[in-house]
Design a protein around this ligand. Structure first.
Ligand SMILES: Nc1nc2c(c(=O)[nH]1)N[C@H]1C(S)=C(S)[C@@H](COP(=O)(O)OP(=O)(O)OC[C@H]3O[C@@H](n4cnc5c(=O)[nH]c(N)nc54)[C@H](O)[C@@H]3O)O[C@H]1N2
Ligand SMILES: Nc1nc2c(c(=O)[nH]1)N[C@H]1C(S)=C(S)[C@@H](COP(=O)(O)OP(=O)(O)OC[C@H]3O[C@@H](n4cnc5c(=O)[nH]c(N)nc54)[C@H](O)[C@@H]3O)O[C@H]1N2
Ligand code: SF4
Ligand SMILES: [Mo]
Length: 726
């Protein structure tokens, strides 16, 4: 098998496939003037919940019939355009498979099944079990797992109850290593939206980060504008991604060798004196150690590791330096790849420091948000133990509870956690190779509550399933993200909740009242909270119901001032090129490269990522988005296909290095890149069930990041098993 040929051929596939997706993704929606002339319709503001970019928009209905959702023209997250998925958001309301009533696990004729129950029955049962757990073990023995705004109401409830363990797969399975790597270096993480100043960049470097397939709305628009403006684009990706198709330099790197490339770039920038001398002298700590460290990592050293030619490494390093400080080396978002991910993120952060781009125009801006106070409530009790007590022996440098650690701490004889609350996260699909671990954890827990909108895989593990109404049928907390220009956005109901579904704030409040914690929810309706908060910052619910988005002035500058010596929240108060914190914890104080495990004979590396039409597994059953892409296609290069005797359009299964075969699903072979989120086995998802293959199930080799506990997902290899029934 010839690797170079593989890349060249898949490049052609990528280029052909890219343009229509991008066009479709960013189709222009009407502006305010168009709205004024449209046929009479009821219009309500919303914040999209189809992914976590949280674009603001308007829901239109005519005579009570859902019509369309469009982007808010005054919103920075979307600039008046929703992406394909956001436009299809109405499917979250119309999906006939939705959960519409509370369900409880019961035994009937020796078999376990779910039965519809009233809200009172469901909530009384949960509160009763929580009391029993508190009396027998302590109130700190409940773990929660959440993704999305509704998670905060349960977090508030559980903090009031005496438990603070809330983990997010969007940390340990996603952004965690970059937050840890940047915090160690600059004393601050990246946050969401990513604080990259691509709007003003003259050079953009993407390492993975498949913008265009990764469809975070305004980020993709800004990227396209930067390309139109003539910014130099450098894409490092073993696959010819959509972004690579737009790049000046595509560096088809050998998977897992990015740290070698980053060290070689630093070598060129330091040895050729291309770094920002004033910035580094003013702000950074440990430059001499860094310079000494990178001296050995020449482009010639990196060539056999990465497959990238020395001249290309030098040329791209010089291009970055020429545009600096308006050069952004994108920190990526999903970065749990090979288990050495915090160190790769550290290398990116250090490179940004050498280029002087942190806190500078075209690099990374300083985010700001609206100073909205929390609604008054009593202080939380001190929990008997915290998530840190549970995580600290393993990952003292993690800044958030680590999902996999909380799951581990829920099984075995000395299991710490006795109950789980799971809000809006589908752990069996989200946690790589974790189904056995999940199963044994769940088997011994005393209580598992799942709050979801659809009968996803995770609901099958629950004792009680609480049906949330969709984002189009509820109020939620204000969107107030740290960003370039502070703004608030309102999500409000466009429709009445379907069936007996309810918003999460209501569920948490009802439980609080049953647990004598009603004082923590001192309101009848969430609109009281919103109106009070808005009035503290000079607006009101009434105003926001009309305008949807309100912008506020910044309270601090967007960039460091010229000549300013900024203070950093690191132990030294400086940018830490050399990290004593890491050294003190037994980790490399400067990023070190380790060669990835080689691909075994007869196998291919399992690569995975996003497709524009879907968000993880949460949209596959959305009737509108399902139609766009009902199955995932595996990208196979023709030479590989010929090697394995495969034909285009043929259905295959994938088998990994441990002999795990992707279920009964069928995949059409075009390459070995597999879009994530398919292969649902929850049989109540009538569209998604059994369609496509699940990447998570093939991830049985999961190297863990020693610094923050993230689960590396790109250390698995697959081969093909032909589907006989095709
Ligand atoms: N449409 C859509 N958009 C989304 C989402 C979605 O579900 N759907 N999810 C959102 C979320 S939560 C996140 S975190 C982001 C994730 O999106 P990104 O942060 O962009 O994810 P990555 O894993 O960086 O990108 C995958 C790319 O990495 C490449 N790659 C694989 N191995 C390597 C390697 O060893 N080195 C390098 N340099 N590249 C490699 C792959 O070929 C692929 O092109 O997307 C967001 N946007
Ligand atoms: N194998 C593999 N694993 C991955 C990834 C990958 O690419 N491959 N990507 C990783 C990344 S980047 C991330 S961020 C995580 C994300 O993983 P998760 O946090 O699990 O996110 P989703 O897959 O979107 O799961 C969402 C769940 O929320 C439910 N839901 C949707 N809307 C609502 C709502 O309004 N209310 C409630 N209560 N529930 C709702 C859906 O039905 C679904 O069950 O996965 C990570 N895991
Ligand atoms: S990027 Fe798309 S799916 Fe995500 S919030 Fe915006 S419109 Fe919704
Ligand atoms: Mo993510």
């Amino acid at each position: 098998m010839n690797r170079r040929e593989f890349i060249k051929l898949s490049a052609l596939l990528g280029a052909a496939g890219s343009a229509p997706w991008l066009l479709q993704a960013c189709a222009r929606t009407p502006g305010l003037s168009d709205l004024a002339t449209a046929a009479p319709a009821t219009t309500t503001p919303t914040v999209c919940n189809i992914c976590f970019w949280a674009c603001a928009g308007f829901v239109h209905q005519r005579d009570g019939v859902p019509w369309k959702i469009i982007g808010h023209p005054g919103d920075l997250h979307c600039e008046g355009r929703l992406c394909t998925r956001g436009t299809g958001g109405l499917g979250a309301y119309t999906d006939p498979d939705r959960l519409t009533t509370p369900l409880m696990r019961v035994e009937r004729n020796g078999e376990q099944t779910f039965e519809p129950v009233s809200w009172d029955e469901a909530l009384d049962f949960i509160a009763g079990r929580m009391r029993e757990i508190r009396d027998a073990h302590g109130a700190d023995r409940i773990a929660s797992f959440s993704h999305g705004s509704g998670g905060e109401y349960f977090r508030h409830l559980l903090r009031a109850f005496g438990s603070d363990a809330d983990a997010h797969p969007s940390y340990a399975q996603c952004r965690g290593p970059r937050e840890a790597g940047f915090e160690l270096t600059f004393g601050e993480g990246i946050g969401s939206p990513d604080r990259t100043d691509m709007a003003n960049s003259r050079c953009i470097v993407l390492i993975g980060s498949h913008l265009g397939e990764n469809l975070h709305n305004a980020q993709v628009q800004t990227f396209i504008q930067a390309i139109d403006r003539g910014a130099t684009v450098i894409v490092v990706d073993p696959r010819f991604s959509v972004a690579a198709g737009k790049a000046h330099h595509w560096l088809p790197i050998k998977p897992g060798t990015d740290i070698a490339l980053l060290l070689a770039w630093m070598n060129v920038i330091v040895t050729e004196g291309l770094y920002d001398v004033d910035y580094v002298q003013r702000h950074a700590y440990g430059f001499d150690s860094l310079a000494e460290h990178v001296r050995q990592f020449t482009p010639e050293w990196a060539y056999p590791e990465t497959g990238i030619e020395p001249a290309v490494i030098r040329g791209t390093a010089r291009a970055m330096a020429a545009a600096a400080p308006a050069t952004v080396v994108h920190p990526g978002r999903h970065v749990t790849w090979y288990g050495d991910d915090t160190q790769r993120s550290r290398a990116i952060a250090i490179l940004a420091a050498l280029l002087g781009s942190w806190g500078r125009q075209g690099g990374f801006y300083i985010p700001d948000k609206v100073p909205v106070p929390s609604f008054p409530a009593p202080d939380y009790p001190e929990p008997k133990s915290t998530w840190r007590d549970v995580t600290k022996d393993k990952y003292p440098l993690a800044h958030d509870a680590v999902t996999n650690v909380l799951i581990e701490a829920s099984q075995g004889e000395d299991a710490h956690y006795k109950a789980w609350f799971v809000y809006g996260t589908n752990l069996p699909i989200t946690m790589p190779g974790a189904r056995d671990m999940l199963k044994s954890a769940v088997e011994q827990l005393d209580l598992v509550v799942v709050v979801d909108v659809q009968p996803a895989e995770i609901t099958g593990y629950a004792d009680v399933i609480l049906p949330e109404c969709s984002y189009l049928e509820r109020y939620d907390s204000l969107r107030n993200s740290p960003e370039r220009e502070p703004s608030l956005a309102l999500r409000m109901p466009a429709f009445d909740p379907v069936g007996d579904s309810k918003p999460a704030w209501w569920m948490a409040k009802q439980l609080a009242e049953r647990l004598e914690l009603g004082a923590y929810f001192p309101y009848e309706d969430y609109t009281e909270v919103l109106d009070w908060q808005l009035k503290q910052v000079g607006s009101s619910l009434e105003e926001m119901q009309k305008i949807g988005v309100k912008r506020f002035p910044r309270r601090q500058p967007l960039y460091f001032a010229a000549g300013e010596t900024a203070a950093f929240r690191t132990p030294s108060g400086k940018i830490e090129l050399y990290s004593h914190t890491l050294a003190d914890h037994g980790h490399d104080p400067l990023p070190r490269y380790t060669r990835p495990q080689p691909v075994p004979d007869g196998f291919l590396r399992l690569n995975y990522g996003r497709v524009p039409a879907h968000t993880f597994g949460r949209t596959i059953n959305n009737p509108y988005l399902y139609e766009l892409m009902p199955e995932n296609l595996v990208w196979v290069n023709p030479a590989v296909a010929a090697d394995h005797g495969l034909e285009g359009g043929q259905y295959v299964r994938l088998k990994n290095q441990d002999g795990v075969v992707s279920g009964t699903e069928r995949i059409r072979p075009d390459s070995v890149y597999l879009p994530h989120g398919y292969g649902h086995n929850a049989n109540k998802l009538s569209l998604a069930h059994g369609r496509g293959a699940d990447d998570s199930s093939l991830m049985t080799n999961v190297p863990i990041d020693p610094i923050m506990g993230g689960t590396g997902m790109r250390a698995n290899f697959v081969t093909f098993v032909k589907e006989e029934t095709a």
